[in-house]
Design a protein around this ligand. Structure first.
Ligand code: THU
Length: 156
């Protein structure tokens, strides 16, 4: 089972803290700066002490300078002194449409989540949800980015 990339679980099967993370990720989508794609993404992190830190996508007129929700949340956590990340929840929504499928982190975000996982010495749990929270995937960053290159390869 642990070799699968992800498992699908229902909202009912989520723990209280997992639900809180999805709710926080949903809340923060209201601040998404997305004039170009009009796609809202929210991410919420759980620290070891139980603190929830959220972030949302922040687009840029130079499109490639866009920051995804996941990276926004991780940088916010770092600026608050948190490198002890345990879990991240991600959710998304279009302007005029719900996302039918769970939102999975992009490749760049997987790499940054992996960096955080080695800094915090914990294989971060990743919860991915569709807009209506009717389809939820659960995984681990090591499963979403197998054979990854990270700080330990640089002996950090
Ligand atoms: N986006 C995220 O914030 N996270 C993801 O995992 C996928 C994509 C954002 C970037 C951009 O603002 C919009 O979604 C469309 O790509």
């Amino acid at each position: 089972m642990m070799n699968k990339t992800y498992e699908e679980i229902s909202f009912d099967q989520l723990s209280d803290v997992e639900r809180s993370l999805i709710n926080a990720a949903t809340e923060v989508m209201q601040y998404s700066h997305n004039p170009y794609s009009k796609f809202h993404v929210g991410a919420a992190l759980l620290t070891e002490s139980g603190k929830i830190i959220s972030g949302t996508n922040y687009e840029n007129a130079a499109y490639g300078s866009t920051i995804c929700a996941e990276r926004a949340a991780i940088l916010k956590a770092n600026a608050e002194g948190h490198r002890d990340l345990k879990m991240i929840a991600i959710i998304g929504k279009g302007k005029d449409f719900d996302s039918p499928e769970p939102i999975a982190p992009c490749g760049a975000c997987r790499q940054v989540i992996f960096e955080a996982s080695q800094l915090g010495d914990y294989d971060i749990d990743v919860i991915m949800s569709n807009t209506k929270q009717t389809k939820i995937f659960k995984s681990k960053i090591s499963r979403l980015l197998p054979l990854a290159f990270g700080p330990k390869d640089l002996s950090y």
